[in-house]
Design a protein around this ligand. Structure first.
Ligand code: HEC
Ligand code: HEC
Ligand code: HEC
Ligand code: HEC
Ligand code: HEC
Length: 398
């Protein structure tokens, strides 16, 4: 029976080929190397000669003022931040989130060497034998910016430091800041990394005049270690939005925006139009406002109330980006203020009766909206905004 014999031979061969192909697909997945800076950690750092650890706390034993200032900075909270921790727990968050928030390999539990098929959800991980959990808690610590190749990098070069030191003002410049504060990449269709503070600065009027460092690390004459004499130093608050990480926590902010409100009369007549304006201007920031995180926005609220507190007119505006995240992330609108750009908001009302009125003008700087905060269950301890302008006018319609 030749036909059956054929089957006896062909079937095992056929099954064999299929099995071999399946096995091929399963084992020969292409491993893509990591290329972009934020796809990988800063390689493992040895402790520079003369020091006992890489921790900020240890640098702080001698550089007490730098340490105190840094502790107030958001950099010190880049790992512990409640929203960051909430986001990190989601399955949709890829491994690479941590590379700008805990940049040193020493701070990371796993070493990632490549991606299976270039898929960011399939990193090739091994346990990091040198993982230091205390260092992880410090987020962007002193060593993140100051330690490379076993030495402490500085910009002075002539100090009698007890630790190995190298002068490298090019490394410790805006180039360092931009390595984290400028990213524009479509990671997956629903996950994009877009904050372009560096590009905004390059396109603006401060480029060539002032840098991230000259505005955010204010120069000051002081001792950098007690007893070593005064020299040119720089504040390490990394002051920015000024929105604190915890309710009641101290944070230094800078003021980029100016507010010019119009005046109101003491009395108006019925039928006479009441017009209140407020002009916001990005006077001092070297980039757009808000900058960075696309969730940030300014809220402008103009409310006119009668004596009973009943709202007779109101206007709510927003400066910020609007995004749709699903099914594909796309920016719907963006009205952020360019450096030196101004915008006026107006509330108009024509009263028809005699009454006493109060106009309440308020501007808030927001980290993220209440809806996203609730979705992430961030709780009451995480401040969502600060009020940057607040004014009330009382007047009468006669
Ligand atoms: C045992 C004390 C001590 C510790 C710990 C210490 N430093 Fe220093 N550091 C000094 C002294 C002293 C100087 C020189 C001060 C001077 O001449 O004004 C110095 C200088 C520096 C400079 C300027 C170097 C230059 O040439 O530009 C930097 C930057 C610096 N330290 C960063 C750090 C960092 C980051 C750490 C922690 C990883 C650290 N230091 C830990 C004592 C210390
Ligand atoms: C290793 C990555 C990294 C580097 C390098 C870095 N930053 Fe940051 N920076 C961050 C992250 C992440 C945050 C936000 C942390 C958070 O809010 O939890 C931040 C926050 C800030 C803020 C506060 C923003 C706010 O909303 O108030 C300022 C200002 C800032 N950085 C300025 C700088 C400057 C200036 C430099 C260069 C000297 C620099 N950064 C270098 C990652 C970095
Ligand atoms: C986000 C990056 C960043 C972090 C984090 C950081 N520094 Fe600096 N630091 C700088 C830059 C940039 C300069 C140089 C400014 C210049 O000279 O233009 C500097 C300068 C210094 C200097 C030289 C003296 C001075 O004030 O200019 C010392 C000392 C120093 N840092 C210590 C520390 C210590 C200690 C910590 C942690 C508590 C720390 N730094 C954290 C970026 C950083
Ligand atoms: C001309 C001065 C100036 C320069 C240059 C500058 N900044 Fe700023 N930056 C500010 C001021 C002022 C604010 C505070 C804005 C506010 O909240 O009112 C700010 C805010 C920020 C914030 C918080 C943004 C937000 O919307 O809350 C970040 C992050 C930041 N700067 C990073 C940088 C980086 C990175 C660079 C360099 C590429 C840089 N800045 C250059 C002045 C400057
Ligand atoms: C290229 C560097 C980089 C990567 C990668 C990165 N971040 Fe950030 N992250 C920043 C910087 C810079 C800030 C400072 C905020 C700003 O620019 O206003 C920040 C701020 C934040 C904040 C605080 C926002 C606030 O309002 O205080 C959260 C939360 C956060 N990032 C989550 C994430 C998550 C989740 C991922 C991974 C999907 C991620 N980050 C990946 C650089 C990075």
């Amino acid at each position: 029976m030749p036909k059956k014999r054929f089957l006896y031979i062909a079937l095992p061969v056929f099954v064999g080929i299929i099995t071999w192909q399946v096995w091929q697909i399963a084992t020969e997945k292409e491993v893509k190397p990591l290329t972009k800076t934020w796809e990988k950690a800063v390689p493992h750092q040895q402790i520079p000669k003369g020091l006992a650890s890489l921790s900020a706390a240890q640098c702080g034993a001698c550089h007490q003022q730098h340490y105190k200032e840094w502790q107030h900075s958001t950099h010190a909270h880049a790992w512990t931040d409640l929203q960051f921790q909430a986001e990190l727990k989601k399955e949709s968050s890829p491994y690479l989130c941590i590379n700008c928030h805990i940049p040193l390999q020493n701070q990371q539990e796993f070493i990632v060497t490549g991606l299976v098929e270039g898929d960011i959800y399939q990193p090739i991980k091994t346990k990091n034998p040198h993982f230091d959990r205390d260092l992880q808690q410090e987020g962007i610590n002193c060593a993140s910016c100051h330690v490379r190749d076993n030495v402490v990098i500085g910009t002075i070069g002539s100090t009698k430091a007890p630790h190995a030191t190298k002068k490298d003002p090019v490394f410790l410049s805006e180039k360092l800041c931009i390595s984290c504060h400028n990213a524009n990449a479509v990671v997956t269709p629903t996950l994009v990394c877009t904050f372009e503070t560096g590009d905004e600065w390059k396109a603006g009027p401060y480029y060539g005049q002032k840098t991230c460092v000259s505005c955010h690390l204010e120069p000051i004459e002081r001792e950098i270690v007690k007893g070593f004499g005064k020299r040119l130093s720089h504040l390490h608050y990394f002051a920015g939005s000024g929105i604190p990480k915890r309710k009641g926590a101290k944070t230094k902010g800078l003021n980029g925006m100016t507010f010019a409100p119009s005046k109101l009369q003491k009395t108006y007549k019925t039928g006479q139009e009441i017009a209140y304006q407020i002009t916001l201007k990005n006077e001092y920031a070297g980039h757009r406002l808000p900058s960075g995180d696309p969730e940030r926005f300014y809220g402008i609220s103009l409310v006119l109330m009668d004596e009973q507190g009943k709202i007779v007119a109101q206007k709510n505006d927003r400066i910020g980006e609007k995004w749709e995240w699903w099914p594909t992330a796309k920016k719907l609108s963006d009205n952020n203020l360019n450096p030196k750009e101004a915008r006026t908001f107006e509330l108009k009302y024509t009263p028809t009766q005699k009454q006493k009125l109060t106009l309440h003008a308020q501007v808030t700087k927001n980290r993220l909206d209440k809806k996203s905060a609730d979705y992430n269950k961030l709780g009451d301890e995480y401040p969502l905004f600060i009020t940057v302008f607040d004014e009330k006018h009382n007047f009468e319609v006669k």
